[in-house]
Design a binder for this molecule. Structure first.
Ligand code: URA
Length: 229
């Protein structure tokens, strides 16, 4: 990548601001001052601006507390998208790692790292997702066993992976599932003769939705959270 593009990608500076800075001699590649904005940077090289190292190739990872009414796709004609809530430069490079329905709230992971996204969402990953579920009708005493044995969803040939539930009260429970089929939680409870009225995801793998994040807010993941996937 050209040096001026590299720096402008990694910062909020425009290409012309970056060119001026490069020509002023405040940019180094591998500790050598470089004054030609067209110099090529390769991925392992260390680039510094005014003495601070910057890295345009560093991936970004965020957790968003998704409100209802927001869609988990990058573009939509009818609803605002989750990506539109992430105020970062180069937001068009961000992808949603594991979608939520428009009416589901809670933990949505967003990244520009395709491999990390794949590790999280691939059917083979079996990364657990934990939901707070509110049902229209009371929870039956046999739900826990049925879920643990793997529910057969309408239109599917194979049972779901075993799921674990913890009952909170007559209509509310937490449910941990190890996969992410289309509308999976809602369809699981339809298969049990019930109906989900409220769905909130609060954990994916070891990443737990931050209590301090208001609906619609987001924060960068810590290195430990990124490494946990
Ligand atoms: N299962 C659903 O049915 N909906 C979601 O948004 C997530 C899991």
């Amino acid at each position: 990548m050209r040096l001026d593009k590299y720096i402008s990608n990694a910062t909020d500076l425009s290409r012309s601001e970056v060119k001026r800075m490069i020509k002023a001699g405040v940019v180094e590649i591998e500790y050598q001052i470089v004054t030609n904005p067209a110099t090529k940077v390769i991925s392992d090289q260390e680039v510094s601006l005014d003495g601070s190292i910057i890295n345009a190739y560093k991936h970004r990872y965020f957790m968003l507390n998704k409100p209802a009414g927001i869609v988990s796709v990058t573009k939509d004609a009818n609803y605002p998208t989750a990506i539109s809530l992430i105020y970062e430069h180069r937001s068009e490079e961000l992808q949603i790692a594991g979608r939520l329905d428009v009416d589901t709230t809670g933990l949505l992971l967003v990244t520009d790292d395709g491999k990390w996204n794949h590790r999280l969402t691939s059917p083979r990953s079996k990364c657990s997702k934990i939901y707070a579920v509110t049902l229209a009708n009371p929870i039956d005493s046999d739900y826990s066993d049925i879920l643990a044995n793997g529910v057969l969803l309408e239109g599917e040939k194979h049972r779901c992976l075993p799921a674990t539930m913890e009952q909170i009260d007559s209509h509310c429970l937490t449910l941990a599932i190890g996969e992410g089929k289309y509308h999976q939680v809602k369809r699981m409870f339809v298969a049990l003769g019930n109906h989900v009225v409220k769905l909130h995801r609060f954990q994916v793998g070891d990443i737990v939705l931050d209590d301090d994040l208001a609906e619609g807010d987001y924060r960068a993941l810590s290195d430990a959270e990124v490494a946990s996937i």
